[in-house]
Design a protein around this ligand. Structure first.
Ligand SMILES: [Zn+2]
Length: 125
């Protein structure tokens, strides 16, 4: 399961980040997820639950924020979001992305990333 290995990296990164601080409990971890990662939200949440068990993250909530894909076309100068149908097949294969204006192949400037944008913690008084 792809989601599991992605989430494992993320959970490890969060724990690593927190280990030198006096934190008792994590309440929420906020993660931005690009549309072009094609990761299943349910699978990610499930993996998070499994991986956070017996760690400082146990019992915390994973909040996923979807980020739309953005492209920049060097042919016609288009910059912005793209349209692609939400075909279930996209969850298995990466779709061909084309510029909505001229149909050439644009550069993807947003949508393939997954970033931790916030961790809500309860600090030790
Ligand atoms: Zn174009």
């Amino acid at each position: 399961m792809h989601e599991y290995s992605v989430m494992k990296k993320l959970v490890t990164a969060v724990i690593d980040e927190l280990k030198d601080r006096d934190i008792e409990k994590i309440i929420q971890v906020k993660v931005e997820i690009g549309d072009l990662t094609f990761l299943g939200e349910e699978q990610l949440k499930f993996a998070y639950e499994v991986l956070s068990k017996d760690t400082i993250l146990e019992g915390s909530k994973l909040k996923l924020i979807k980020k739309p894909a953005k492209v920049r076309c060097s042919e016609c100068g288009y910059e912005g979001e793209i349209e692609y149908s939400d075909d279930p097949a996209f969850h298995y294969t990466v779709p061909v992305i084309s510029c909505p204006r001229c149909e050439s192949k644009p550069d993807i400037i947003q949508g393939k990333e997954m970033n931790i944008t916030g961790v809500t913690a309860e600090e030790v008084e």
